[in-house]
Design a protein around this ligand. Sequence first.
Ligand code: R5P
Length: 304
Amino acid sequence: MKHSFIISGTSNKPLSEKISKATNISVGKTLTGRFSNGEAQIRVEEPIYGNTFYIVQSLSMPVDEHIMELCLIADALKRGGAEKIVAVVPWFGYGIQDKVFLPGESLSSKVVIDFLQTVGIHSLITVDLHSDNIIGFFEIPVVHITAIPLFAQYIRKKYGKKVLVVSPDFGGAKRSRRFAKEMGQEGTIGIIDKERSMTTGAVELRGINLDVKNKIVVIPDDFISTGSTMLAVIPLLKKAGAKKVIACISHPILAGVAADKIGKSDLDELVVTDTIEIEEKKRKFLENKLHVLPTVSLIGKYLK
Ligand code: R5P
């Protein structure tokens, strides 16, 4: 008889457990350790031949270690004769580097995709890619899920339909438009004129196209990393008279001191998903501002 297993990498075990519970697919036994020289050691301790495997691994920090783990798990499954290997990668790290932005740079998204295809992954399930252009770099099928309906449902219930949706930059306008439509809005969305230095990463804001006075403003974004974008956007909106500022951000990378800074900021609420596990220390910095939406209902239905 054929079996299916979820194989959890080390990046987000709670999400693997949730998916397992929702789908009734058990989490397979594995050894995911490190040799004394730092190299990853992987062993899948389940019958592999002819079976289906869903590897759940977010490419969160430490990103390179998580990529390597994912590749080694897939290779172990391929060599053991797995019939189907599906990578569930809720946060696709390196997906931001989808172009050669400056001469001499690598096309990093493509490199990671090539790795995944080389080790025998048959298809990939992911959530809110930074740029869906990278789907074109894949030869294997990709299921690209969006968490926008989850956010919109949460916001509608808590703040009503009449919030003002504002994109933090021109690049996010399509996402914000979709968010507004999901909220049942047909009107204009706000867009902030943001520029980020390609070399230093510094963020500069030049203003916004709409009046936000007394409005509940919702900022959809795909990820929060250093927090520079949100930390610039919040004072701009509050100074312009926004009543509340709520960020709806799919992937809480929260690098370095971002959680601490956001916790101390004037942001009213940070709504994120569980694609990336947030360390306890960072959760504490964010305290009551943080609300995490589960993605299991979105992802689970693609595991059959
Ligand atoms: C920009 O294109 C992204 O969608 C995010 O808005 C942004 O880069 C988040 O990064 P950070 O938190 O470092 O500003």
